[in-house]
Design a protein around this ligand. Structure first.
Ligand SMILES: [Cu+2]
Length: 149
């Protein structure tokens, strides 16, 4: 019968507790409701719309995005400039804990630039959003007819 000395058991428990304490804080993954992309003529840039929810208890700061189907993906917002709405790149998009941010036509959006292939209604666009902790958040946006929303 093998018996583990009490001292060893205590050390194992301590090691386990220490390992847990020094785990880097991993934010809960973001949730994406209804990601969609309006159809666009071939070769044109496209947009990504959705509601991003942060179910965790720490803010998530999105800093970058990419997709295998586009050469470049940026996070954009709309600003009023001399009476004209213009798009501007956002370096950071913060989703506060327990909160949602809507990416929608006329507002914040993902800008899907320089498509690598033609996409039509029903196609799926894999997207990866990267936060300030280098964590990746995956989603799939569905191409829909432009007029339905
Ligand atoms: Cu844009």
């Amino acid at each position: 019968m093998n018996r583990i000395p009490a001292g060893v058991t205590r050390m194992l428990v301590l090691a386990t507790l220490l390992a847990a304490a020094f785990q880097p804080a991993i934010a809960e993954p973001l949730q994406f409701a209804d990601p969609w992309t309006p159809e666009a003529p071939p070769g044109r840039m496209m947009a990504g719309f959705m509601v991003v929810n942060n179910p965790g208890d720490a803010p998530v700061v999105l800093v970058d995005a990419h997709s295998p189907l586009f050469e470049r993906v940026e996070i954009h917002t709309m600003i009023m400039d001399d009476g004209v709405m213009r798009m501007r790149r956002l370096e950071q998009l913060t989703i506060e804990p327990g909160q949602s941010v809507s990416l929608k036509p006329g507002g914040k959006h993902l800008m899907l630039m320089r498509p690598r292939e033609s996409l039509t209604v029903g196609d799926e666009i894999p997207l990866t959003l990267i936060d300030s902790n280098d964590q990746e958040h995956e989603l799939v946006s569905i191409v829909r007819p432009r007029a339905t929303r």
